[in-house]
Design a protein around this ligand. Sequence first.
Ligand SMILES: NC(=O)C1=CN([C@@H]2O[C@H](COP(=O)(O)OP(=O)(O)OC[C@H]3O[C@@H](n4cnc5c(N)ncnc54)[C@H](OP(=O)(O)O)[C@@H]3O)[C@@H](O)[C@H]2O)C=CC1
Ligand SMILES: Cc1cc2nc3c(=O)[nH]c(=O)nc-3n(C[C@H](O)[C@H](O)[C@H](O)COP(=O)(O)O)c2cc1C
Ligand SMILES: N[C@@H](Cc1ccc(O)c(Cl)c1)C(=O)O
Length: 295
Amino acid sequence: MALLSVLTPVLVAVLCMVIGFMFVKSRQTETTSQDETKGASKAGFRPWVDQDLQDDTEITREDEDGEWVDSAEEEDLPHVPYSPPRYPEEKMLQRSQEFYTLMNQRRSVRLISPEPVPREVIDNVIRTAGTAPSGAHTEPWTFVVVSDPETKHQVRLIVEEEEEVNYRQRMGDKWVHDLAKLRTNWIKEYLDEAPYLVLIFKQTYGILPDSKKKTHYYNEISVSISCGILLAALQNVGLVTVTSTPLNCGPQLRLLLKRPANEKLLMLLPVGYPASDATVPDLKRKPLDDIIVHM
Ligand SMILES: NC(=O)C1=CN([C@@H]2O[C@H](COP(=O)(O)OP(=O)(O)OC[C@H]3O[C@@H](n4cnc5c(N)ncnc54)[C@H](OP(=O)(O)O)[C@@H]3O)[C@@H](O)[C@H]2O)C=CC1
Ligand SMILES: Cc1cc2nc3c(=O)[nH]c(=O)nc-3n(C[C@H](O)[C@H](O)[C@H](O)COP(=O)(O)O)c2cc1C
Ligand SMILES: N[C@@H](Cc1ccc(O)c(Cl)c1)C(=O)O
């Protein structure tokens, strides 16, 4: 009993010390995380903005140097009436089925005929790609159309050299194994054969006539949407391509094609008619039930 009366104040003291220690520790953690946030914001990182724009959008703060501008020049842009065609439901259904049938026939074709294709058709296809929506209507795309045989060959040399390294060592066994069903390799005859190579560059920022830089919001997403529209436009005229992303070739192709430093290669599309002996892997697409969720 006497022992208990001695121990109780000791226990209470120890308990108080433990609680006090835990309290101080939690305050320290709070302060550290606040400091981190402050430090991050000092370094220019604003999670609520920057994490949302993780697609190569270069953003700057108002208080930064005068190199960047806000696009305030169009604040007074008039808004005009808009009334696109509206179809009766039956017609809508028919059009939706027909468009699906057309697009469902699209395949990536890696054997392309050298047969010439009218230049105006390519121009229209690219005009169509240029109708894509873009972050803040910045239209951050450049479509480089190569038809000159020597330049096409230079593209091929760059791509084959890098792709050989990709297949043989850079990318590893899993990558090679995952692609095996497509029977692709680093030899890219279509880069000489196709009448056109369309190289699509995303502009990571814009450059105004006074050399100031302009933010291109969501530039990669915007350009990818425009590539999708381009693929649909090619399908619409009976031409084929393969959506190719030649890894590690971006900088060399940019230099070959004399594109400025704000442009990065996104895709390379060889375009033409399919070769008469073209084949494609017998891939199946997911059924609607596997890709749709109605709520
Ligand atoms: N690289 C990849 O991981 C992947 C690339 N692809 C595709 O492969 C193709 C070629 O891409 P790839 O060559 O690999 O990658 P990039 O074109 O992104 O270039 C690779 C390196 O070069 C730098 N670079 C490229 N362009 C510029 C520029 N304008 N200014 C400054 N630095 C630049 C990049 O720097 P930084 O890191 O600063 O951007 C990066 O370090 C494209 O079609 C691309 O879409 C597809 C999947 C993955
Ligand atoms: C983002 C993206 C990158 C691709 N990169 C390549 C590529 O570098 N080389 C290639 O031969 N095909 C490439 N493809 C094509 C795919 O292999 C092809 O779309 C897929 O096998 C499905 O076949 P389909 O296009 O005939 O439906 C790419 C496709 C996409 C969407
Ligand atoms: N770029 C290589 C490998 C490749 C092939 C097919 C693909 O779908 C993808 Cl994602 C990559 C090539 O063109 O061979």
